[in-house]
Design a protein around this ligand. Structure first.
Ligand code: KIV
Ligand code: ZN
Length: 519
C-alpha cells in the first residue's frame, strides 16, 4: 500500500511496536510483536511501525518477522539518517508485501547544537542523503525532522521541501517533547503545507507526545489543518508520558464526522481486543476511566444518567460500546461448549487462532477455566486466548504446579514446581501471605529475580469466581520489565505474572536505543 494522497482519507500509522516499546518496561518478545501486528492488521491499520532494526539483533529479527507475517498493512522500520541504519532497515523489510523506511534527524536549535553538535547546513545535507539512500530500498519513504515542534519555521520549511525533492513521500512532523498547544501545532501544519512549494507531493503526518496531556488534541488540530496521517499507539503507550492514543484519534474522527473532512479505514470493533492484548503483553494496566478502552468508559453510575440511558441511550452516550469491541456482558460460553463454538466466538470478537496448535492450547485453557468459572464472558475469552498463546511461546520458566497452605494463625507456606528450560525443579518457602509465599518459593529456584516494584490485581469480570488479572513489575540494574497473568485463582495468576516478568528479564538483552546517543 503506497501513500494514497487522498483528502478524505486519514492514514493511521501505529507505532505501538516501536515508540510504544520505548515505554520503560514495555519490551515485547518477537512472538508478542507478531501477535500484536496481526491484531493491528485485522484492525486495518494502514502502516505498522514494527521497530528500529539497528537498535539490536532482537529488534532486527522482530521487524523481519512482522514484515513476513503481515500482508495487508504496510510494515515500516525506523532508521536514523545514517547509511548503516537505513541498510539495516532495508534488510529487515525485504520480505514485506509493502515496506516503508522512516528516517529522521533533529532540526530544533537545541537538538542540533546540544545533541548532534552539527551545523544546520550539515543536518539538511544529511537529511537529503538519508532520504535518497532509503529510496534505493523502497519508493515509500517517510522523513521526520525530530523535535519539529521546537524547530524554526524557515529552517523546517527548507528541510521539508528538500526532503520531498529527494523523494520522501510522507513528511512526519513530530512534537517530540510534547511541548505544543493544539491551536499552535495546527497552525504549524497549516503554515508548512502553505509555504513549502512541493507540499502537494507528500502526505503530511504528525507524531505527538503526551507530556502535557495534549497528544490527541495536537494531532486532531493538525488533521483540521491538513495532516492526513496520524502516528499513534494502542492505549497511548510510548516514550515518557506516551503518544497519542490510536483509539481516541480514530473514535474522535469517526464520531465527529460533522467536524472532520476525512475518516480512517479502521475496523473499530477490534479496538478493545487489541487494547486488552497490548495491556496483557506489556503488563501495563489500562486505567478504568481511560477514554474508549477503560473499564468505566461506557459505565453509568449516577441514577440520573442510568435513567436517561434507559429512556434513550443517546442522552449520555455519544458512541456505542459494541462499535469499539465491548461485548454486552452476555454469558457467551460454558463448560460444555465445544472447540468450534470457542473458535467461532473468538473469531466474532476479532481473535483468529490460525494454527491447530493455537486452537488446541486455547481450548485446553478454556476447559480449565470453565471448570472453575462456570459463566464465560467475552472478557474471559480475551484473557484465555492471551494466556494460551503465552503458554505456547518458547520461554525459560513455566509453572508446573503450586501448593499453598494458608491457615488462620499460621505462617503461609508454598511449594512450587517449575519447568526451567525443560527440566522440573521444585522449591518451597514461607511468606507473609499466600502470594508472598509463592513468590518466595519461585525466588528459591530463580536466583536472578531482580526487585519487585509493583504488584496489582484486577478482576476481569464481576463475582468472586472472576478471573484475576495480575500485573508485576521487576527492576534489575536500571532495566524494568512487566509481566501479566490471569486465572480464576489469583495465587496462580500471580505466579504466572511473576514468571512472565522473569522470562522477560531473562530475555532482556542489553539493548541500547541509538536514538538517544545522538548521531
Ligand atoms: O518522538 C519522535 O520524535 C520520534 C521520531 C523518531 C519520529 O519518535
Ligand atoms: Zn516519538
Amino acid at each position: 500500500m503506497n501513500n494514497p494522497i487522498s483528502n478524505d482519507r486519514l492514514i493511521i500509522f501505529d507505532t505501538t511496536l516501536r515508540d510504544g516499546e520505548q515505554s520503560p518496561g514495555a519490551s515485547m518478545t518477537m512472538d508478542e510483536k507478531v501477535r500484536i501486528a496481526k491484531h493491528l492488521e485485522q484492525m486495518r491499520v494502514d502502516v505498522i511501525e514494527a521497530g528500529f532494526p539497528i537498535a539490536s539483533p532482537g529488534d532486527f529479527e522482530s521487524v523481519k518477522a512482522v514484515a513476513t507475517a503481515i500482508k495487508d498493512s504496510t510494515v515500516c522500520g525506523l532508521a536514523r539518517a545514517l547509511d548503516k541504519d537505513i541498510e539495516r532497515a532495508g534488510e529487515a523489510l525485504k520480505s514485506a508485501n509493502s515496506a516503508r523506511i522512516h528516517t529522521f534527524i533533529a532540526t530544533s536549535p537545541i537538538h542540533m547544537q546540544e545533541k548532534l553538535r552539527m551545523h544546520p547546513d550539515d543536518v539538511l545535507a544529511q537529511a537529503i542523503s538519508a532520504v535518497k539512500k532509503a529510496r534505493q530500498y523502497t519508493d515509500n519513504v517517510e522523513f521526520s525532522p525530530e523535535d519539529a515542534g521546537r524547530s524554526e519555521l524557515d529552517f523546517l520549511c527548507k528541510v521539508v521541501e528538500a526532503t520531498i525533492e529527494a523523494g520522501a513521500t510522507t513528511i512526519n512532523i513530530p512534537d517530540t517533547v510534547g511541548y505544543n498547544i493544539p491551536h499552535q501545532f495546527g497552525e504549524l501544519i497549516k503554515q508548512l503545507i502553505a509555504r513549502v512549494p512541493n507540499s502537494d507531493k507528500a502526505v503530511f503526518s504528525v507524531h505527538c507526545h503526551n507530556d502535557l496531556g495534549l497528544a490527541v488534541g495536537n494531532s486532531l488540530a493538525s488533521v483540521l489543518n491538513g495532516a492526513r496521517q496520524v502516528e499513534c499507539t494502542i492505549n497511548g503507550l510510548g516514550e515518557r508520558a506516551g503518544n497519542a492514543a490510536l483509539e481516541e484519534i480514530v473514535m474522535a474522527v469517526r464520531t465527529r464526522q460533522d467536524v472532520f473532512e476525512c475518516d480512517t479505514n479502521i475496523n473499530t470493533s477490534m479496538i478493545v481486543p487489541t487494547s486488552r492484548l497490548v495491556s496483557s503483553v506489556t503488563g501495563f494496566p489500562v486505567q478504568p476511566n481511560k477514554a474508549i478502552v477503560g473499564k468505566n468508559a461506557f459505565a453509568h453510575e449516577s441514577g440520573i444518567h442510568q435513567d436517561g440511558v434507559l429512556k434513550s441511550r443517546e442522552t449520555y452516550e455519544i458512541m456505542r460500546a459494541q462499535d469499539v469491541g465491548w461485548s454486552d456482558n452476555k454469558i457467551v460460553l460454558g463448560k460444555h461448549s465445544g472447540r468450534s463454538a470457542l473458535k467461532s466466538r473468538l473469531a466474532e470478537i476479532g481473535i483468529d487462532l490460525e494454527s491447530e496448535e493455537a486452537l488446541n492450547a486455547a481450548f485446553s485453557r478454556f476447559k480449565d477455566v470453565a471448570d472453575r468459572k462456570h459463566e464465560i464472558f467475552d472478557e474471559d475469552l480475551i484473557a484465555i486466548a492471551n494466556e494460551s498463546q503465552v503458554a505456547l511461546e518458547q520461554t525459560l520458566y513455566h509453572l508446573v504446579s503450586s501448593w499453598v497452605c494458608s491457615e488462620t494463625g499460621e505462617t503461609p507456606h508454598a511449594k512450587v514446581t517449575l519447568s526451567v528450560d525443560g527440566k522440573e525443579v521444585s522449591g518451597e518457602a514461607d511468606g507473609g501471605g499466600s502470594v508472598d509465599a509463592v513468590f518466595s518459593a519461585i525466588k528459591s529456584i530463580v536466583k536472578d529475580h531482580g526487585t519487585l516494584e509493583l504488584y496489582s490485581v484486577n478482576a476481569i469480570t464481576s463475582g468472586t469466581d472472576a478471573q484475576g488479572e495480575v500485573s508485576v513489575k521487576l527492576e534489575k540494574a536500571g532495566r524494568q520489565v512487566y509481566g501479566s497473568g490471569s486465572d480464576p485463582d489469583i495465587v496462580i495468576a500471580s505466579a504466572n505474572a511473576y514468571l512472565d516478568a522473569l522470562n522477560k528479564l531473562a530475555l532482556a538483552n542489553d539493548r541500547e536505543h541509538p536514538q538517544h546517543d545522538g548521531i
